[in-house]
Ligand binder design. Structure first.
Ligand SMILES: *Cc1c(COP(=O)(O)O)cnc(C)c1O
Length: 465
């Protein structure tokens, strides 16, 4: 077979892709008929496709390339590690320097006494580990009935059987027999979509108190943990009302429920602090990390637990682990990523300079006739598309129809934004400059104008009744 390179004609690459590649979260017949977009190169915040088109990647890949593309130091760190020790495991009484160094560095960066990391290769795996960790924790403490994990509708925690069960995506649960046993979902704190006439503060409290009610219904002795993203990402960048997290923390403390903060998106600078838990003022017992940990340059994730949780787990043999838990190359890449994020002041600058600048531009989008609200925290933001601003109305058309049209117009204008139903979301690399923020904003306005014109032409600016 001949070498497959970036220099083949796009149509040939697309034909081979259609013939042999099954894609995640994609309708195969659709991508095979249309031809996949082939991304060939990237630098900074800019992607290039096989036809030479360039795009400002306002999603940082899948919320992960915090450092931006094209940093040679990470490639060099990987090459150095591969030459020295490409692989060894961390099972059965062994360890290696990259896993030691990365776990120690994570302990320094995370707040409080979150000092111990169990490594995985992804956020999904890490959340599967969390299910095992919290149930084992209560088992060792002599409370084996504490098994149920409470999570949220429309939360996202990954795509494996366990992590997708924790997640509250109904389309995912509909395939493959999910959720697994002893997972319970409460409503999300999504005021814009679900708050009706209530005041956001009151709504936030009500949604948090659903946790207390669920604990009463299921029985305090049967609940192991509550898991949530500090700010929901894949659910549409849903920033909860300010009343929400303090009430959740109060309830977890009162009933001795372990709090798992899924920091896979929020971690490593995304929300204006190193961790979303700091932005939201919460004290998790366990943090899930992945994505920005390596800025996507290598697959790695983990569960970071407190001294107390580690001291309990340490009492048993934990019969769980992955061949690639603490993979030395992935650890070396993550360490180099963390070094640069810190030493170049990227997290600080994103928080103090870029985020306020982007917020100004982003908030202004709320004046667009197609936009019902614009929200942003640090460098993760969303806008709600609506046919009728005042009533926060949904479209009469199927959810996602307007969002998809808007996403197509973003691509046509050299901008990658993702749509979640009829919300548009961004999560750009933390290295984005003010100039690039201007470009992002200009292209977003153009895309919204074009989407609005198309929706009007196609008779889609109708509100659901
Ligand atoms: C992406 C994501 C995951 C899953 O991570 P993978 O690396 O895709 O397995 C888990 N939790 C959150 C909050 C995520 O955004």
């Amino acid at each position: 077979m001949s070498m497959i390179t970036n220099h083949m004609p796009t149509a040939e690459l697309q034909a081979l892709d259609a013939a042999h590649h099954l894609h995640p979260f994609t309708t195969g017949n659709e991508i095979n008929a249309k031809g996949a977009r082939v991304i060939t190169r990237a630098n900074g915040v800019t992607l290039t496709d096989s036809d030479g088109h360039q795009f400002l990647d306002a999603m940082a890949g899948l919320w992960c390339v915090n450092l931006g593309y094209g940093r040679p130091e990470l490639a060099e760190a990987a090459a150095r590690q591969m030459k020295e020790l490409p692989y060894y495991n961390t099972f059965f009484m062994t360890t290696h320097v990259p896993a030691i160094a990365l776990s120690a560095r994570i302990a320094e960066l995370t707040p409080g006494d979150l000092n111990h990391t169990f490594f995985a290769s992804s956020g999904s795996e890490a959340n599967d580990s969390n299910i095992r960790l919290v149930r084992t924790y209560w088992d060792v403490k002599g409370k084996p009935s504490k098994k149920t994990i409470i999570a949220r509708k429309n939360g996202y925690h990954g795509s494996s059987m366990g992590s997708a069960s924790l997640g509250g995506m109904s389309a995912m649960h509909a395939q493959g027999g999910l959720p697994i046993a002893d997972i319970h979902h409460i409503d999300e704190p999504h005021w814009y979509a679900q708050g009706g006439d209530t005041d956001p503060a009151e709504f936030g409290l009500e949604r948090a108190q659903q946790l207390e009610k669920a604990i009463h219904d299921i029985g305090e002795d049967n609940v192991a943990a509550f898991i949530a993203e500090p700010i929901q990402g894949a659910g549409g960048v849903v920033i909860p009302p300010e009343t929400y997290w303090p009430e959740i923390q109060r309830i977890c403390d009162k009933y001795e429920i372990l709090l798992i903060a899924d920091e896979v998106i929020c971690g490593f600078g995304r929300t204006g602090n190193w961790f979303g838990s700091q932005t939201m003022g919460i004290r998790p017992d366990i943090m899930t990390i992945a994505k920005g940990l390596s800025s996507g340059y290598a697959p790695i994730g983990g569960s970071v637990v407190t001294d107390e949780v580690a001291s309990v787990i340490d009492q048993c043999e934990f019969n769980h682990g992955y061949t690639y838990s603490g993979h030395p190359v992935a650890c070396a890449v993550a360490l180099e990523n963390l070094r640069i994020l810190d030493e170049e002041g990227i997290v600080d600058r994103a928080s103090t300079e870029t985020a306020p600048y982007l917020k100004g531009k982003w908030d202004a989008l709320a004046d667009h006739p197609l936009v019902g609200e614009a929200r942003i925290a640090g460098l993760m933001g969303s806008i709600a598309l609506t046919p009728h601003k005042e009533s926060r109305a949904k479209f009469a058309a199927d959810a996602g129809t307007a969002g998809l049209i808007c996403r197509e117009e973003c691509f046509a204008n050299g901008l990658i934004m993702r749509h979640v139903g009829d919300r548009m979301v961004i999560s750009p690399p933390l290295v984005i400059t003010k100039d690039e923020v201007n470009t992002l904003s200009d292209r977003a306005w153009k895309a919204l104008d074009a989407a609005h014109a198309r929706l009007k032409d196609e008779g889609l600016m109708k509100a659901a009744s």
